[in-house]
Design a protein around this ligand. Sequence first.
Ligand SMILES: NC(=O)c1ccc[n+]([C@@H]2O[C@H](COP(=O)([O-])OP(=O)(O)OC[C@H]3O[C@@H](n4cnc5c(N)ncnc54)[C@H](O)[C@@H]3O)[C@@H](O)[C@H]2O)c1
Length: 278
Amino acid sequence: MTRLVEGDVRALTAHLDEVERALVGLTGCDLVALAARACGVDEGVARDALVHAAAAVVPITSGEGLIPGFVECVAAICARLGCRAARVTAESDVAGFAEALRDGDDLVFAADDRTFLAFDLAARVVADDDPCTAHAYVAALDAAAGPGGVAGRPVLVIGLGPVGRAAAARLVELGADVLVCELDGARLAAVAGTLPVTPVALADGLSRSRLVLDATPTPDLIDADWVGADGVVCSPGLPPGVTAAAARALSERLVHEPLALGVAVMAVEALCGGTAMR
Ligand SMILES: NC(=O)c1ccc[n+]([C@@H]2O[C@H](COP(=O)([O-])OP(=O)(O)OC[C@H]3O[C@@H](n4cnc5c(N)ncnc54)[C@H](O)[C@@H]3O)[C@@H](O)[C@H]2O)c1
């Protein structure tokens, strides 16, 4: 996992509008609709749960410490999702959790160097950013693929860390013909041994698929000559695995941002007990 930097989260907070507009343009879904789709939850149920939820984000100072702007960004995303309240706790760490519990917050977010979780305090449900991000980006790819979604279509998953593995599993569930590309032999073998996926080299995978889920921290894997009129890349990877020229050619057919889609799915998953954590 790549550590987020202040510039990423500040830019997202400032441009949430544009991120959501681009998402709607490509998929027809705003953040809540996409999260509901990712979690297998009715959209109205998700919106209703969110408007009744007070969200609190607890700053965690352990390890490498706070990323400036991170907790404010998560709170801004929760406000955008329609939560009845969305704030950063005044206290940090353990005292911040106590504050959220004492003040009656429903949904609590907290991240350290390794783990980013959302807790529904009443329902005792925990949602993890990695599978939630994977499900969010798969839902975007499925919606962007048009009628029928990814079912029966080749989809290339690049990178099989926690995010890529969860994405590959979800794509298999959706009926995609899943091609996987991973440099680490042990990770590749673990996935290929448990899921009906086809290991490929990157160039082969790109030549066989117009739909790509990039879950690596490696830049410049995909160049502009691949893009054409119908290529779609959904990339939670930080940075995204496309060249600057490919990003320009893809325009809104590149889904990439550092936090919002994952947080939207974490919130709906925690509040509604969806399918993103299975
Ligand atoms: N946008 C978001 O909301 C969000 C949320 C969570 C994680 N992330 C990011 O998503 C990415 C994936 O997360 P992760 O925790 O699974 O990461 P990870 O580092 O555990 O896994 C990445 C995998 O990609 C593989 N890889 C790297 N370069 C490759 C290449 N050229 N070809 C094939 N495979 C290659 C690595 O071997 C590794 O197994 C990271 O960049 C992470 O920071 C983003």
